[in-house]
Design a protein around this ligand. Structure first.
Ligand SMILES: C[S@@+](CC[C@H](N)C(=O)[O-])C[C@H]1O[C@@H](n2cnc3c(N)ncnc32)[C@H](O)[C@@H]1O
Ligand code: SF4
Length: 413
């Protein structure tokens, strides 16, 4: 029998492989347990179905009145909260989590980072989306509780699980012109001070994929944290690192300080568009030689990497393509397992949103921005970049993920 206060989390299996636990309330397990019941519900994995309100309407809650705290990790969780708030007028919904983050703090108004409200739209009165943490809400210090991980009963013991261990809720760099993590309000900065890696106590026998959560690792994280990560065959780590000189130096120091190799980990490197001119335009603060150095270090020390690349730029010049070819020529073979290619998405409030254009994307009442649309000349340059990446995928032995989606946008042009 459920009480009248629920802490709701989404979860689901991704690509017939691991379960994403979207583990919002684990950080505040004891606090939440003292106030209500935990409740798991299905996360919609197929993002093409996120726009269909029917998907949300068919999902029912086990209570008719009370308070439901929702941990929103992906944007569809906001839409689900909105639909529930209309359907359950006697429930107060309090939604927090990464996609509820604020871009600035003002007592009068809540300023979301991840969307704008569509014109002439207001949120139901019983729906509060907040950048505050659960601890802020209940007036206890952030990260003061015991970290735990709840695992839904339907997850088989042998299944791999994926969850986050939060280091902090921002990016120390915060300068990239397309990035909404860069806009998180400084006033709501939260950082785990005591890094005890409590997830090593998780009893689940299957593989545990741990995202060490921060926008981008700091050089201090690399020096102090990476060498102390628990090493076990059933743990894998995922992290984002800027492939920049200070990070490379910190990585070399960390490697030098260790007797063994790093535990199994995948570093996500924001390569974006590897020409010095484009990296400067994007606000990355590093050049392509620094990326090549990161790749060489990782290859020499068995660190798996995923290069993140974006296409859909409206300002490419021929020189950028020469540089991209030169970069690909110099990539150490076998240093990147995958290149994840994405089409540039212009999030509200970012510089890209102001300087590019495209068809607005709405998720129910939430305006999310647009995928950039580029003219014929720019489409041709972006297509050439895609061809270069595909060409080098067999030579440098990486898998170009996401290319089919990017090619669909190129055909639209
Ligand atoms: C979640 S971000 C974190 C990036 C990480 N902090 C870094 O700089 O390496 C991972 C990747 O997503 C891609 N990305 C971020 N914002 C994007 C946007 N607005 N449109 C398309 N791709 C984006 C970029 O390639 C970025 O490197
Ligand atoms: S380094 Fe990564 S998280 Fe930080 S601002 Fe740039 S893209 Fe965003």
């Amino acid at each position: 029998m459920m009480g009248d206060t629920l802490f709701l989390q989404f979860y689901n299996q991704i690509k017939d492989s691991y379960f994403d636990l979207c583990n919002g309330f684990s950080d505040t397990h004891d606090l939440c347990r003292s106030k209500g019941d935990f409740y798991w519900t299905q996360h919609e994995v197929d993002s093409s179905r996120w726009y269909d309100e029917g998907i949300y309407a068919q999902r029912k809650l086990p209570i008719e009145k009370g308070t439901v705290y929702i941990s929103a990790i992906y944007l569809n969780h906001l839409y689900q909260s909105y639909v529930w708030a209309r359907e359950y007028p006697d429930i107060q919904f309090v939604v927090g989590g990464p996609v509820a983050a604020e871009r600035s703090c003002n007592d009068e108004a809540w300023n979301p980072v991840y969307f704008q409200l569509a014109p002439n739209t207001s949120l139901p009165g019983n729906l509060k989306i907040t950048g505050m943490s659960v601890e802020d809400r209940f007036h206890v210090p952030n990260f003061s509780g015991q970290w735990k991980l709840m695992i839904p009963e339907s997850v088989a013991p042998s299944s791999p699980i994926y969850f986050s261990y939060t280091l902090d809720n921002r990016c120390y760099w915060s300068k990239c012109v397309y990035c909404n993590i860069a806009l998180h309000a400084g006033e709501l900065f939260r950082q785990r001070k005591k890094l005890d890696f409590e997830f090593k106590e998780v009893t689940h026998p299957g593989t545990k994929i741990v995202r060490l959560n921060t926008g981008s690792l700091t050089p201090a994280h690399i020096r102090k944290l990476l060498p102390t990560l628990p090493r076990r065959d059933d743990f894998e780590y995922r992290l984002f690192m800027r492939p920049a000189r200070p990070e490379n130096n910190a990585l070399k120091e960390a490697i030098g300080s260790m007797k063994e190799s790093f535990p199994k980990m995948t570093l996500g490197l924001g390569i974006e568009f590897p020409s010095d001119r484009m990296l400067k335009y994007a606000g990355k603060g590093f050049g392509k030689d620094e990326i090549l150095e990161s790749l060489a270090i990782c290859r020499d020390h068995d660190i798996r990497t995923n290069g993140n690349v974006m296409l859909g730029w409206n300002n490419l010049i021929e020189e950028d393509l020469h540089e991209l070819r030169d970069f690909m020529e110099r990539v150490p073979a076998g240093s990147m397992a995958t290149i994840q290619v994405r089409w540039l998405f212009a999030h509200p409030y970012t510089e890209i949103h102001e300087t590019c254009s495209g068809e607005p994307v709405h998720l129910g009442p939430f305006y999310l921005g647009f995928r950039t649309e580029v003219d014929d000349a720019q489409t041709a340059l972006n297509r050439e970049a895609a061809d270069i990446i595909d060409h080098y995928s067999s030579i440098k032995v990486f898998r170009p993920d996401g290319m089919a989606g990017v090619r669909r946008y190129l055909e639209r042009g």
